[in-house]
Design a protein around this ligand. Structure first.
Ligand code: OSB
Ligand code: MG
Length: 361
């Protein structure tokens, strides 16, 4: 059978400290914990995929993901990865039942091994002619402190995403207006309320800000019905994030009221399924914004690859490496103001910092 034969599959654990504590859905985290799956082919080539359930967002815990991965490794050892994407899709159905973070990590490692084995970029293997350089939006979280260095950094972006809904609407609006005064008038802004508001709150917010140059607000209201009503009644376009994981998603997309959908592969799962979703969104003229769940540079490499294949010019949500301090797991992605740029080849033994990893099996 044609394909790449897996000689060995191994699992590692990492802990990466954040520069400042990060709040995930009310959980304060000082560090990020995750797993790497490392595949080695019979010809000695290697690849890595990242499995990092996000506390407060993923349904699966890290322990559960690790147990699922241990089972998957048994199935992967000694098998062939088919040569084509269709082949992978058709021959790896057994992974469809795994938790999303595990699906994403396994798909990353499988695609990565084909890429390193053939010495071809993953974009080439996916059949897309993009460069591996994608625009990103800056991310301003609730812990933002407005100082000169930060404002100077923000000025280099064409799009800035600001988290709202954790403080009063007046405070949010005041901070937004202060930040926007420092930015070029061409810089567009995105907001994310994570469903914090009622319909009336959202309307009050819209009155307090300049809605010109606002690309969208993610999930303004507690219920999707209120968010849709707000999209109709205000001139703030609507984007979805949390709704993607609910049963209402398809009918909401059919309403044609949604300008963008945030896709977090660690929460969504199989990489090839993401391309199906993006095609569905295109039919509705809805943008796909590939976004991070605070993965390390290993996961981010694949996220940037997917984002580049989807739409390299519409800024994606990959500006999260700045939240970490200390050495990086891999050197294969560079984030420099406004852009993420990936190396030709995905993370492998050649570019991984093994000292940061603890072997599980
Ligand atoms: O609410 O969009 C969110 C990251 C992890 C969990 C939730 C969210 C995020 C991000 C990613 O904001 C970064 C971005 O979208 O720019
Ligand atoms: Mg969001």
């Amino acid at each position: 059978m044609a394909g790449v034969k897996i000689a060995e599959a191994k699992i590692y654990r990492y802990t990466l400290p954040f520069g400042e504590p990060v709040k995930f859905a009310d959980k304060i985290c000082h560090e990020r914990n995750g797993l790497l799956l490392r595949l080695i082919s019979t010809s000695g080539k290697s690849s890595l995929g990242e499995i990092a359930p996000l506390p407060g967002f993923s349904r699966e815990s890290l322990e559960q993901a690790q147990n699922e991965l241990l089972m998957a490794v048994l199935a992967l050892n000694g098998t062939y990865i088919p040569d084509t994407l269709e082949g992978i899709k058709n021959n790896t159905d057994s992974f469809n039942e795994l938790s999303p973070s595990v699906q994403f990590g396994i798909d990353s490692a499988l695609l990565g091994l084909i890429s390193t084995e053939r010495d071809k970029s993953l974009l080439e293997i996916l059949g897309v002619r993009t460069t591996g350089r994608v625009k990103i939006n800056a991310l301003i979280t609730e812990s933002f402190v407005s100082n000169e260095d930060e404002l100077e950094r923000l000025q280099k972006y064409t799009s800035v995403k600001i988290k709202v809904g954790r403080h009063s609407i007046q405070e949010d609006a005041k901070l937004i207006n202060t930040i926007r005064q420092q930015l070029s008038p061409e810089t567009t802004v995105r907001f994310d309320a994570n469903r914090a508001w009622s319909y009336d709150d959202a309307c009050s917010f819209a009155k307090l800000i300049d809605t010109n140059g606002v690309e969208y607000i993610e999930e303004p209201c507690e219920s999707i019905e209120e968010s849709l009503q707000f999209a109709k009644d205000s001139n703030v376009p609507l984007a979805l994030d949390e709704t993607l994981y609910t049963e209402q998603f398809n009918s909401v997309i059919d309403s044609n009221k949604v300008v963008a959908v945030i896709i977090k592969p660690t929460l969504y799962g199989r990489i090839l399924k993401i391309f199906d979703l993006v095609n569905l969104l295109k039919e509705h003229n809805t943008h796909a914004v590939i976004s991070s769940s605070f993965e390390s540079s290993v996961g981010l490499y694949y996220l940037a690859t997917i984002a580049s294949a989807v739409d390299a010019d519409y800024p994606c949500g990959l500006d999260t490496l700045v939240m970490f301090k200390g050495p990086e797991l891999s050197s294969c992605i560079t984030i420099d103001n406004n852009y993420a740029t990936i190396d030709k080849l995905p993370p492998s033994d050649e570019t991984i910092n093994m000292q940061l990893l603890r072997e599980v099996i």
